[in-house]
Every structure is written in structure tokens, then in C-alpha cells.
Write a protein that binds this ligand. Structure first.
Ligand SMILES: [Zn+2]
Length: 460
């Protein structure tokens, strides 16, 4: 059979044919690799969050268990309460997309703190949540609080989560006892779970939901449903923190943002000094239908932390009142942004004996200071005792700056580029990736076709 092509062209073709095929083949391989890389980068960028995987792993630790009962009061048992909360938290969280939930214990068993942290680390948890209920020696404290590591990224991430958590807990009506650090004598984290989680570079928070031994908090734990509610609340805080989405719950926190706490370069030390000595300004006694009263204006300050409670004694410090919230007349917490503030209160003047009034103020770290004693004469008979009582001037320093403990702040942002959880970007990336991949596959098939065609058996 005759070849009609000129010999010259045929010769050139026979020389470049093979290199050309290899060159096109190489181009194909390069295109495939580029496709895969682009697809991977887009997908990873959008779902990244705190980890490189699509899935966020969290570990829940129901505090105490087995022989370790935790707090025990009036039939309430902490180890059982934390288990109910933990199960509810897990169940709720698993209704969200992109999350895996682990529990250190699912039964009523003893577990050391080390075993709990080791387990969380073994499942590669991104965050470790230790659930607890509180109790005080004198049964006089109430409210919710969170404990976080005092160091670096674990402090910052712990604080970020705790701001959300405390916001939800105080919305329920619980009193805000703050987000705090605590150190041991060696200058590392006092709480073992936080200390050991630090070694694993695993952010961790101890959530003390409320006090199970105080009547102020009792309406918030006296029914089983409350504990289930705490679990859902804790799950919601996690969902908000990570910007999760749940079709089942109809909740989408992908737009929820907050101002991240800067990573501290030094240890965030707890306040180890009591508040400054409080000053009290007493008014003139006056008669009411329910007896003779004295108004008092209490002023307290602390350069390191805000006030938490106050109480008073009318017998020179032998017996004390319950602890009252450091809140204004409308019940709003005072001191989130200012250090020095005043409390307006009213005392009943006794008729059975003279009074030696002392006010005690407690800061966020439960350190206290007493005011100077103030004498108020007993009400002897109607309208005869008032004249001798004078008032003292308040001497607080209203200009002192307070170390801010910010409550949850929701920062609205329309800039979608800042939001790693935006769903439309996520979808676009997949469409782009698949289109690129399909193009690559087409190119491979066409090249293969060309190679097969050019190697087809020829009749001579
Ligand atoms: Zn506990």
C-alpha cells in the first residue's frame, strides 16, 4: 500500500510523534494534580475551623463518678447530675452536622483525672468540656462560673467558649460568677484536667453550672428537665462557638461570630488580693409601716477584679446575713466594665439591742474585706432615737479602671470572606472542584484515545 504523504513530512512526523505523545501525557498528569490540589485547598479552607478535618471532635467529661460522688446535698448528687447533663449535651450536639462527640464515661464508674484527659487526647478531641455542679462550705454561694487554663491559646479559646456559655447561663437567670483562672503553688493550672489538657494542647473548660446547695439556685436544678436543659444549653454554646448547622433542630450558627480573645503571652493570673476596704454612707433612720429603717450606700473597689457579693452583720461580725448579688436597683450586675460602684440597701433598725453594722464585700475570687463598724442605737420608743445618728462620707475612687471581663459579644459582619462557615462558598467550591475534575478526566480519555489510535495495527 502506498503512503501518499511526502517522505519529508513523514520523516519529521516519525521523529516528533513519540515526544509529542509523552508531552501531552505529562500535561495530563499535571492537570490532574492541579485539579486535585485546587479541589482539596478549597474544600479544606472552607471546612477547616479549628482543625484540618471536616469533622470537629469534642469530648464531654461528666464530672466525678463511682466512689467519687462530687458534691452531695439534700438528695442531690453531683456525679448523677453531670451524667444526665452530659448525655443530653451529646444527644443534642449529634443533631448538628460535622461533629463527633465522645464521652469520658457513660457509666457510673471511678475515673482519675488523668484517665479522663488521656481519653480525650486519644480521640484527638478539639475541645474538652468538664461538666460540674458547685457547692460551698457554708452553702451561702450561688451562681454559675467557668474555669479556664491560665496559659496561651488554651486560655484564649477557653475564654471565648466560656463567654458564650456564661451568656446562655445568665440568660436563664443564673448569677454570673465569672470566667476565671486558678494556679497551684508551682504556678501551673490548679485544676488537674486543665493542667493536663494544656500538655496535650487541647483547649478545656470546667463548667460549674450552678450551686446545688443554695436556695437561690435551687429553682435551676430541682427538676430532671433542668439538667436536660443544661445539656442542650452546653451543646448550643459549642454549636455557636464552632458555627455549626443543624437541619434537624432548624438551627444555623454559621453566621454567629465573636471577637476572639487574643492569645496572652504571659500567664493570666487570678486575683490573689482582697478588695480595698469598702466605705459605707449611712442615712438618718426613718419610720415606715414595717418599722424603723436606715439606708446605706456601700462603695467597694478592687484593682484586680470585680465585686461579686456583699453581706452584712449587725452584731459586730458575729453573725452574717446571706450573700447578696452585687447588682443595682434594677438587679443588673454592676462592675463588668467599672471597678468602683455602689450598692443601695436598707437595714432594719432593731428594737431589742444596739447594732454594730459591718458590711463585707467579696470579689470574683471570693476574697473579702470588711467595712469599719458603725453604731446604730436600738429603737427605744417611737420617734426618739433618730437625732444622734450621723452619716459618713463615701471615699471610693470612682476613676479606677476595672479589668474588663467581657460578656458574649455578637459581632455582626457582612463580609462573607471572613466567615469560614459560609455555606454558599462551600457549595461553590464543590461545584468548581467537580467541574475541574470532570475536565481532567475528559482530557485523559481523549489522550488515551489518541495514543490507542496512533498505535493501532496498520496494514502494510
Ligand atoms: Zn464537681
Amino acid at each position: 500500500m502506498m503512503d501518499h504523504r511526502p517522505n519529508q513530512l513523514k520523516y519529521i512526523y516519525s521523529i516528533v510523534r513519540k515526544p509529542l505523545i509523552y508531552f501531552v501525557g505529562l500535561l495530563e498528569v499535571f492537570a490532574i494534580i492541579m485539579n486535585a490540589a485546587v479541589f482539596h485547598v478549597f474544600a479544606a479552607d472552607i471546612t477547616e475551623g479549628d482543625n484540618m478535618n471536616d469533622t470537629i471532635k469534642i469530648c464531654i467529661d461528666p464530672g466525678h463518678g463511682g466512689e467519687n460522688l462530687g458534691a452531695e446535698w439534700n438528695g442531690y448528687l453531683e456525679k448523677d447530675m453531670t451524667m444526665i447533663v452530659a448525655r443530653s449535651m451529646k444527644e443534642e450536639l449529634e443533631k448538628y452536622q460535622g461533629i463527633e462527640v465522645y464521652m469520658t464515661r457513660t457509666e457510673d464508674v471511678d475515673m482519675s483525672l488523668e484517665e479522663r484527659v488521656d481519653y480525650a487526647a486519644s480521640v484527638d478531641a478539639d475541645f474538652f468540656f468538664c461538666l460540674h455542679f458547685n457547692m460551698s462550705a457554708e452553702h451561702d454561694m450561688y451562681g454559675a462560673e467557668c474555669w479556664v487554663s491560665a496559659f496561651g491559646n488554651d486560655y484564649a479559646r477557653g475564654f471565648d467558649f466560656s463567654k458564650i456559655e456564661m451568656g446562655l447561663l445568665t440568660d436563664l437567670g443564673l448569677y454570673d460568677r465569672g470566667i476565671k483562672t486558678r494556679l497551684n503553688s508551682e504556678g501551673t493550672n490548679y485544676y488537674g484536667v486543665l493542667r493536663m489538657a494544656d500538655l496535650e494542647d487541647m483547649p478545656a473548660v470546667i463548667i460549674e453550672h450552678c450551686h446545688l446547695d443554695n436556695y437561690n439556685d435551687e429553682p435551676f436544678y430541682d427538676e430532671y428537665d433542668w439538667l436536660v436543659e443544661y445539656g442542650k444549653l452546653d451543646a448550643t454554646a459549642v454549636a455557636m462557638y464552632y458555627g455549626l448547622y443543624s437541619q434537624e433542630l432548624g438551627k444555623d450558627y454559621s453566621d454567629y461570630t465573636y471577637e476572639p480573645t487574643p492569645v496572652p503571652s504571659e500567664c493570666v493570673k487570678p486575683d490573689l488580693s482582697p478588695p480595698d476596704k469598702p466605705s459605707v454612707s449611712y442615712g438618718e433612720p426613718y419610720e415606715t409601716e414595717s418599722g424603723v429603717k436606715v439606708d446605706a450606700i456601700l462603695t467597694a473597689s478592687d484593682p484586680d477584679s470585680r465585686m461579686l457579693y456583699y453581706s452584712y452583720s449587725d452584731d459586730g461580725g458575729i453573725t452574717w446575713s446571706e450573700r447578696f448579688r452585687w447588682a443595682d436597683d434594677e438587679g443588673q450586675l454592676i462592675g463588668d466594665s467599672i471597678l468602683t460602684d455602689t450598692i443601695h440597701t436598707t437595714l432594719d433598725v432593731r428594737s431589742d439591742r444596739d447594732m454594730y453594722v459591718i458590711f463585707k464585700v467579696y470579689n470574683l475570687y471570693n476574697l473579702d474585706s470588711d467595712s469599719a463598724p458603725y453604731y446604730i442605737e436600738a429603737v427605744a420608743a417611737k420617734g426618739t432615737e433618730a437625732d444622734e445618728i450621723s452619716s459618713e462620707a463615701a471615699t471610693g475612687d470612682p476613676d479606677t479602671e476595672y479589668t474588663t471581663i467581657d460578656r458574649t459579644e455578637k459581632k455582626d459582619s457582612d463580609d462573607k470572606d471572613d466567615n469560614p462557615f459560609d455555606r454558599s462558598d462551600y457549595d461553590n467550591a464543590y461545584i468548581f472542584g467537580f467541574a475541574a475534575l470532570a475536565l481532567g478526566i475528559l482530557l485523559v480519555i481523549s489522550t488515551l484515545g489518541y495514543i490507542i489510535y496512533s498505535h493501532r495495527p496498520r496494514r502494510r
